[in-house]
Structure formats: structure tokens, C-alpha cells
Ligand binder design. Structure first.
Ligand code: GLN
Length: 390
């Protein structure tokens, strides 16, 4: 029968994790921590289960958790979301993203995405019947023609905006490049959208992983954006429990009303004991405030090891990803496509990574791959030993 998503295969994260498994490679591809989460968090969930909190929670999520999220957002970013009408608990960030897109995009609408872009955006837009307008991050290069840094393509974004634009999707800290938006970037976006009806989907699942003294710029810090944005976040990322699939969406009540119409028939609701466990754990702010320092140490360790190789490190101010340019390696494989390079790296060198080209609809080969450093020390240490042989 005709496919609704003819161009979609299996997500690259699954492909690379499976390849890593087949070849016993060290998996620095798919983004997930390989260390255990806090036992206190598990014990909170356990308490909820043992207290028989195992039936359906409210469709929008338990009140305690929605209140906790509302308090956290207003303390950190200064915007008050009403816990009852403006916050919904989702089955992870990805469900929040798809449901948000389905709730506002109709056939004929245009949605602007900025590539490289997380791979779920485009299929979600396709299912809604929208048209994706992709603009590319500006890729700056050094004198050796290696990738140096990325910049937001403001001119391209400005010319992509039209009367048909229903939604623009932004992502900071950015997967895969680690790029972090600054306050004036949000100002600029707000200015561009001022006289339009466009909404914003702000994917902020790495909000607590921002380094070097930088500050996460949430749309919730910016009233003009908050009033037209779906803000997406994920406890899986923040609490090292990607497999629990619990996240949330915050948005103005009129947008959230439409969101919930779909959410109720899509997942209906999200598992009860995890919501109770997370809501207790959320009360202790250090659990998320200390995350940046925790990951900055891991990043420093990984970067120090990579500096002993001929990979070129790209700036990594946010997320738990480090991108590198491999075109300077003095080996025949340095001219391979990113996908082929990652396949070779996984099978022969024994380290899995993600080709950044797969974050583009029409793969742009820039010789850049993404490593995840959310790992216990032994993992990058072993991986670095292998990478240092190249
Ligand atoms: N967000 C994670 C990544 O970028 C993976 C999520 C997934 O596997 N779907 O690696």
C-alpha cells in the first residue's frame, strides 16, 4: 500500500546503535547516557508504584508535576505557565514535537526548519500535510577548508518567511552541532515574526547542558516569543533516563487546547509512577542545576583526548554532543562520505558515531560527525585509545 512516509527508513540512531552492537563497537553514536541514573529517583518511582499509583493519571499529566514544571520555568526563565491550561506531560520530547506539529500545521502550511535538524521534524510535518522549508545553518570554514563553526542563517530565514509560514522550529542547545542561541538571537527571531501569524516550536530538550558560562536562552525568557511558542523539554535528558520517555510541552492556553485534542488520542497519557517519581525529584533544584558542570567535566575529558588526534574539534557550547571534522586525518577513509566514514569507524575502528549529513534532507557532505560524551569515564577512555590510532 502507498507509504505515508515514502522517503523515511529507520532512524540513523537505531541504525548506528545496531551496527555498534553487531560489531561490539563503543557506542558514541545515539545520544544516551551509559551510566545509571540517581538511585533516589528510582526509589521515588518505586514508592509511587508500591503506593498503588499505577492507574491512568489525568490526561494532561499529574497536577504535582505540572505545578513543579511551572515553578521551575518561572524561576529559571521568568515566564508563568498556568499548570492547568498551559503544560502537558508527554511521552518524551519526540511525542511533544509531533503532537505540537499535528496540532497547528494543515495541508498547504509551510514550516521552516533549520538544517542540520533533528530527524523527527520533517516526517512530523509531512504527516500533517505541511510543506517543509529547510534553510541551512551557515558553515564557516578555516584556511584548510575544514568546518570551523556554524552560524544562524538570518537572511535565509527572513526570506523563507511568507504568509504561508505556520511554524518555525528552532532548537537550542542544538542537536547535532551543540550550538547555543544567544539572547539577541531570540530578539532577532521575535522581530522577524512580529507581523506574521507564524508560531514557534522551540526544542529545548538540552536546556540544562550549556557550558563555558553561557546561559540557556529559552523562549520562556522572551514574552513576545513565549506568546506564540510550544516549548518542548525532556526529563530523559535531564535525569539520565532516556528510556522512561517522559517530557513536557508548555504553550499558551489557546495553543495547548489544540495540542491536547491530539495528545488525548495519540498517547492519552503518560505512565503514572514515573510522573510521581519525577515530580518528587524535581523539588530539588540541584538535580538539574548541577548538570552543566557535570557534563562540562565529561566534555573536557573527551576533548583533551580528541586533541591528541587529527580530528578537528568544532565548538561544543551545549548538548552532550561533540562534532569533529575528520577530513584532516591522513588516512584514505578521510575522503569517505560521512555515512561511510561512520560505518567504517564502527566496524573497523570500533567506535560508533553519527554522520551529521543525515540531519539534512539532501545530505550535505561536510566531513563532520557527531560523538556523544554522555558516558562514564571508561567509555570515552576506551574509545579515545582507538581513535588515537588513526
Ligand atoms: N536524540 C537522540 C540523538 O540525537 C536520539 C533519539 C533517538 O534515538 N530517537 O541521538
Amino acid at each position: 500500500f502507498p507509504s505515508r512516509l515514502p522517503k523515511v527508513g529507520t532512524t540513523v540512531f537505531t541504525v548506528m546503535s545496531e551496527l555498534a552492537g553487531q560489531h561490539q563497537a563503543i557506542n558514541l553514536g545515539q545520544g544516551f547516557p551509559d551510566f545509571p541514573c540517581d538511585r533516589d529517583l528510582i526509589s521515588e518511582v518505586n514508592t509511587a508504584m508500591m503506593s498503588d499509583r499505577n492507574q491512568y493519571p489525568p490526561m494532561i499529566g499529574i497536577s504535582e508535576l505540572r505545578h513543579g514544571i511551572s515553578d521551575k520555568i518561572s524561576t529559571l526563565y521568568g515566564h508563568h505557565y498556568d499548570p492547568d491550561s498551559e503544560i502537558t506531560i508527554t511521552a518524551g520530547g519526540t511525542q511533544g514535537i509531533m503532537t505540537a506539529i499535528l496540532s497547528c500545521v494543515s495541508p498547504g502550511d509551510e514550516v521552516i526548519i533549520i538544517e542540520p535538524a533533528y530527524d523527527s521534524y520533517r516526517p512530523s510535518i509531512d504527516l500533517a500535510g505541511g510543506t517543509t522549508i529547510a534553510v541551512s545553518l551557515i558553515t564557516n570554514r578555516d584556511q584548510h577548508n575544514q568546518v570551523d563553526s556554524y552560524a544562524i542563517p538570518w537572511e535565509a530565514i527572513a526570506s523563507a518567511i511568507s504568509t504561508k509560514t505556520r511554524l518555525i522550529i528552532i532548537n537550542t542547545p542544538h542537536n547535532p552541532t551543540g550550538m547555543v542561541w544567544q539572547a539577541d538571537d531570540l530578539d532577532r527571531l521575535a522581530q522577524l515574526l512580529q507581523n506574521t501569524n507564524a508560531l514557534v516550536l522551540s526544542d529545548e530538550v538540552y536546556e540544562h547542558m550549556v557550558y563555558d558560562g553561557l546561559c540557556h536562552q529559552s523562549v520562556a525568557r522572551h514574552p513576545a516569543l513565549a506568546s506564540r511558542s510550544f516549548l518542548i523539554s525532556s526529563f530523559g535528558k535531564t535525569y539520565h533516563v532516556t528510556g522512561w520517555k517522559v517530557g513536557y510541552v508548555a504553550a499558551p492556553a489557546n495553543m495547548m487546547r489544540e495540542f491536547r485534542k491530539i495528545h488525548q488520542f495519540n498517547v492519552f497519557t503518560v505512565n503514572t509512577p514515573m510522573q510521581y517519581g519525577i515530580s518528587s525529584y524535581l523539588k530539588e533544584a540541584s538535580h538539574y542545576l548541577e548538570l552543566a558542570a557535570f557534563y562540562q567535566t565529561k566534555r573536557a575529558y573527551f576533548q583533551a583526548g580528541l586533541k591528541k588526534t587529527k580530528f578537528k574539534l568544532l565548538p561544543a557550547p551545549g548538548t552532550y554532543f561533540q562534532c569533529v571534522d575528520y577530513t584532516g586525518l591522513e588516512i584514505p577513509q578521510s575522503t569517505l562520505s560521512e555515512f561511510d566514514f561512520c560505518t567504517w569507524l564502527t566496524k573497523i575502528v570500533g567506535v560508533a558515531a553519527i554522520p551529521v549529513s543525515t540531519f539534512y534532507d539532501k545530505p550535505i557532505e561536510s566531513g563532520v560527525i557527531r560523538f556523544c560524551f554522555a558516558k562514564q569515564e571508561q567509555t570515552p577512555s576506551n574509545a579515545l585509545q582507538r581513535l588515537q590510532t588513526l
